[in-house]
Design a protein around this ligand. Sequence first.
Ligand SMILES: Nc1ncnc2c1ncn2[C@@H]1O[C@H](COP(=O)(O)OP(=O)(O)OP(=O)(O)O)[C@@H](O)[C@H]1O
Ligand SMILES: [Mg+2]
Length: 243
Amino acid sequence: MNTDLSSDIVLKVNAVDLGYGSLQVVFNASIEVRKGELVGLVGGNGSGKSTILRAVSGMIKPWAGQILFKGEEISGLEPHEMAERGLAHVPMGRQLFPNLTVEDNILLGSYLPRLRARRNVNLEKVYALFPDLKKLSTLTAGSLSGGQQQMVAIGRALMLEPDLFILDEPSLGLSPLYVKQVMHAIRKLADLGFPVLLVEQNIKQVLQFSHRAYVLENGRLVLDGPSSELQGHPMIKKAYLGL
Ligand SMILES: Nc1ncnc2c1ncn2[C@@H]1O[C@H](COP(=O)(O)OP(=O)(O)OP(=O)(O)O)[C@@H](O)[C@H]1O
Ligand SMILES: [Mg+2]
């Protein structure tokens, strides 16, 4: 049996401080994501969730601490270098091309030269994961519902053959029905073996679908653990679930 769990760690955020200009917004944060795990990062407005994702994807540099991706330090890399190394960042707001078809939007995910040869194979994988997208493939992305657009964005990211997905508030602005669909789709990704770091304000949904979660308050991680345990945690029940 392989008892060396560290070999399974895909992402290790180690004691990072983050900020903008002279304003520090994240303090000494540490997060790990292992192979096959769906990990939630939850917290209220302005708590620093997107800032942590921006540091992971290379958009901002840590003031202190390290970020390791597949065992290598990545703190100084640019976003395009992170994508080449296998990071798929699905940003808030989805950023699709509304006038292009669903299929063309998905195909844009395989822009890297090393992926072009496997474009059609990967497209079929996306359709196998989200059969609805195949039916919608010739429609323009702008004509889809918010939930369907989110599937397109995840499908496009899948074309990158990523080693890690990071998703920023995929349920934002969606009706409850679509929130559930999107959460199911994200869980499917993890069940297929893709590690996912999922940022959400919707803590109830995240704790239902994720394996583990971290709770961020005002830039500090205040709680983490298996999601099933956090669901019953007095602090979570009181502060977030209104119980
Ligand atoms: N580009 C920026 N320049 C200066 N301050 C910023 C910038 N982006 C975010 N901040 C500040 O950093 C803090 C954390 O913001 P961040 O976007 O990481 O929070 P969040 O947890 O993602 O919130 P939300 O749930 O609203 O998306 C906030 O106080 C915000 O005002
Ligand atoms: Mg945010």
